[in-house]
Design a protein around this ligand. Structure first.
Ligand SMILES: NC(=O)N[C@@H](CC(=O)O)C(=O)O
Ligand SMILES: [Zn+2]
Ligand SMILES: [Zn+2]
Length: 345
């Protein structure tokens, strides 16, 4: 097969940032995706319905004419979040989900949750109204090895939370381990996971072997090869609980190429090409529509997009700019490290 047409994909985990960066990167997502779940980890974060409305307006204000793109807004859960504000934002259609960042787990997560018992009233309200909770699933304690933080989170935080609130609908974001895949596969209800493009393509060698490569550093950090293979199996299985969230997370190069580089990989430009490459390698191109276009809307209770996107396999590899320029500075584009022949037609 050298051509495949899909319902237009959606991105169920995306960082659009703000200001000049937002303006610089939005066109790349808006070209290939109809909708995206917009992460709220700005500085300051998107905490209230008022914040979400203002951020949504800023996104729409810089959306280039002719591109049809719907940002699905999220609220950043804090220990001061008001359950009534969350419920009203959901009822009005403004906000799709709430995002839980354990404080300190990732980029701009310092206002996140330290003590889960403090946000129980919000979570109870969400369970009652059927509003999904998106979770960055890593523990933060310094005595847990960074490669184990997802597995430990599942065991010590996620599983107890699901037992306490079985009606709460949870998206475990950017799952990176076989532990995560197994846990989601074994759940009876109300649990799904997003998988990023880069975690299907790279393992931790990309970051650490042959010199330290900050543009492959993200959180949760890429794990060993056996985990990547488990993610590939889940993504290409046709199980609707695993679907695409790119976690495209741009940072300007000076903030990545330094003594304490930021976590995040910018994949918005080449995600669809890379996914076609992965699914072809797994002899599963027939499962790509499910992963990128169908299972996400089903989970979030939205219709599948009626527009389509065609991917075409070329005889020569596709290339992308190594960097894009934004008003905030250059952003390095994800290099999949293998020749990719699929282009968006
Ligand atoms: N994934 C990342 O490495 N970084 C994200 C935050 C996140 O999704 O955890 C970012 O905002 O830069
Ligand atoms: Zn995250
Ligand atoms: Zn993210």
């Amino acid at each position: 097969m050298d051509e495949i047409t899909l319902p237009k994909p959606d991105d169920w985990h995306l960082h659009l940032r703000d200001g000049a960066m937002l303006k610089g990167i939005l066109p790349f997502s808006a070209k290939h995706f109809a909708r995206a779940i917009i992460m709220p980890n700005l500085v300051p974060p998107v905490v209230t319905a008022t914040d979400a409305q203002a951020y949504r307006d800023r996104i729409m204000a810089v959306l280039p004419q002719g591109l049809d793109f719907t940002p699905l807004m999220t609220l950043y859960l804090t220990e001061g979040t008001d359950p009534a504000d969350v419920a009203a934002a959901h009822a009005s259609g403004l906000v799709t989900a709430v995002k839980l960042y354990p404080a300190g787990a990732t980029t701009n997560s310092h206002s996140g949750v330290r003590d889960l018992s403090k946000v129980m009233p919000v979570l109870e309200k969400m369970a009652e109204i059927g509003m999904p909770l998106c979770i960055h699933g890593e523990v933060t304690s310094s005595d847990v090895d960074i490669f184990d933080r997802e597995a430990v989170f599942i065991e010590t935080v996620l599983d107890p939370l699901r037992k306490r609130l079985p009606d709460l609908k949870i998206t475990l974001e950017h799952v990176t381990t076989s532990d995560g895949v197994d846990y989601v596969s074994g759940a009876d209800k109300n649990l799904a996971a997003t998988i990023t493009t880069h975690h299907l393509m790279i393992n931790r060698n990309a970051i650490l072997a042959g010199g330290i490569k900050p543009h492959y550093y993200c959180l949760p950090v890429a794990k060993r090869e056996s985990h990547r293979l488990a993610l590939r199996k889940a993504a290409t299985s046709g199980d609707p609980r695993f679907f695409l969230g790119t976690d495209s997370a741009p940072h300007v190069d000076p903030l990545k190429e330094c003594g304490c580089g930021c976590a995040g990989i910018f994949t918005a430009i080449n995600t669809l090409s890379c996914l076609a490459h992965v699914f072809e390698e797994e002899s599963a191109l027939d499962k790509l529509a499910g992963f990128a276009s169908v299972s996400g809307p089903a989970w979030y209770g939205l219709p599948v997009n009626t527009d389509t996107v065609t991917l075409r396999k070329r005889s020569s590899p596709v290339s992308w700019p190594a960097k894009i320029e934004t008003g905030d500075g250059p952003v390095t584009v994800f290099d999949p490290m293998v020749p990719v022949h699929w282009e968006v037609a």
